[in-house]
Design a protein around this ligand. Structure first.
Ligand SMILES: [Zn+2]
Length: 429
């Protein structure tokens, strides 16, 4: 063995156990009661060994808007937050990842990363011919918007255009991930939070999700609903799953943590699309996780510069930064509601890895990469935005007390800081 981790608590697919985890060449080769080795990492009594998290929803914005975030800062933040794999969204960078050439430009921008990085491609009007080359070049699937994306170089598709893309992607068995808000239901926002919330009502999500369910049924393509906020749509998704349609859904730490009632006018660090809704809606999303209707929890880390994030709710950039904070934020809410670390690992590591087809990620198990997190679940800390590795120190979590401290993150058997991340292609990781 190159290395053995010894812990009283290890979260494995069989539940939480006391054991040793043996590593050779960056892979887990044994999970046993006792492994003899001169190189043992002993976890303290208050520490738990988790698999590295897989965050499939990260906007790195590099190249083109690297003043918003960059591969160096984003992947250092990921490592500090216990995230060992990210998959980068195809928009907000320039060029957007809507063709194989743009993917190569991305990969060059990501030459120096602290965790493993994969890429989503994009579906925009007129790029049908680019989808298969992008798929062959190794993107993990394809993202599209059903309303204005926030940046002009990544336009939305109509449902007819989405249907044409799904027909083609079904033949490749590729996954399509959808920003599901209906363009005709969303209205112009007012400057205050109540006006912003009313401009992007639950009905906009419900309508768009119903449309995606109908297209999934019609085309047979695999689809996924990004950043679910409207709890009304849980029943639509539950029915689709009962029908065995190949559809999954995610929600995000901010929808599980905050509520509309606590957001004051001018607190634009809380602005995201779809919006954070009422406390009652938040509790229904937790129930959706409990029932298995919501499959995964990922950050939707979508930063901008401090300047763009200021102003009022009509004009400020819509996006929340939380890549480094997702694990403690979700664990804090989960433990209050009686969930276990095994639940959090399922939502934030195992299911995202499975959804993206990352076979060597997402669990502490023989054959997987030795991506491991030493986590102290009972220790608390107060979030200080100045101490985050994100490029811009804006986050609604600032000042909030959270449970759970990431003490060490290991990537393929090396502690991050000394480890170098890899650029991943679909089917190779
Ligand atoms: Zn996003």
């Amino acid at each position: 063995m190159d290395l053995v981790f010894r812990a009283r608590r290890v979260v494995t697919p069989q539940g939480e156990i006391a054991c040793d985890v043996g590593v050779v060449d960056g892979r887990v080769v044994a999970v046993e009661a006792r492994i003899d080795s001169p190189n043992v990492v002993h976890l303290a009594d208050d520490e738990v060994l988790l698999p590295g998290l897989v965050d499939t929803h990260v906007h790195v914005n590099d190249p083109g808007r690297s003043e918003w975030e960059g591969f160096g800062t984003a992947t250092r933040a990921a490592a500090a937050g216990g995230v060992t794999t990210i998959i980068d969204m195809p928009l907000n960078s320039i060029p957007p990842t809507v063709g194989a050439e743009a993917l190569e430009i991305k990969r060059e921008a990501a030459a120096d990363v602290s965790v493993d990085v994969g890429f989503w491609g994009g579906i925009v009007p007129g790029n049908l011919a680019d989808l298969e080359p992008l798929h062959e070049a190794g993107v993990f699937g394809f993202k599209c918007f059903l309303l204005h994306s926030g940046v002009d170089e990544f336009p939305a598709v109509t449902t007819d255009e989405l249907e044409a893309a799904l027909r083609q992607l079904a033949t490749l068995d590729a996954l399509t991930i959808v920003h599901a808000e209906d363009a005709h239901t969303v209205r112009e926002s007012e400057p205050d939070y109540a006006g912003f919330l009313a401009s992007r009502p639950r009905e906009a999500e419900n309508k768009a999700i119903s449309d995606v369910v109908a297209l999934t049924r019609k085309t047979g393509a695999r689809t996924h609903i990004l950043h679910l906020s409207s709890s009304d749509a849980l029943s639509i998704l539950e029915a689709a799953k009962r029908e065995s349609l190949p559809i999954t859904a995610e929600t995000c730490p901010h929808y599980l943590t905050f509520s509309a009632e606590e957001i004051r006018d001018g607190q634009t660090e809380f602005k995201c699309c779809p919006p954070i809704r009422e406390a009652e809606n938040r509790e229904a999303l937790w129930q959706g996780l409990r029932d298995g209707v919501v499959d995964l929890v990922v950050s939707d880390h979508s930063p901008s510069t401090v300047e763009l994030k200021q102003g009022d709710f009509a004009t400020a950039w819509g996006g929340i930064s939380s890549l480094q904070l997702g694990l403690p934020a979700v664990w804090t809410g989960a433990r209050e509601r009686g969930f276990q670390l095994t639940d959090v690992v399922r939502w934030m590591a195992t299911h995202p890895a499975r959804q993206a087809g990352l076979e060597s990620k997402g669990a502490v198990e023989v054959g997987k990469d030795a991506d491991l997190v030493v986590f102290a679940p009972d220790e608390t800390f107060v979030v200080d935005r100045e101490k985050l590795h994100h490029r811009n120190p804006v986050t609604p979590y600032h000042g909030r007390a959270l449970h759970g401290v990431v003490r060490q993150t290991w990537l393929r058997g090396r502690e991050t800081g000394q480890a170098q991340g890899k650029l991943l292609r679909r089917g190779e990781a």
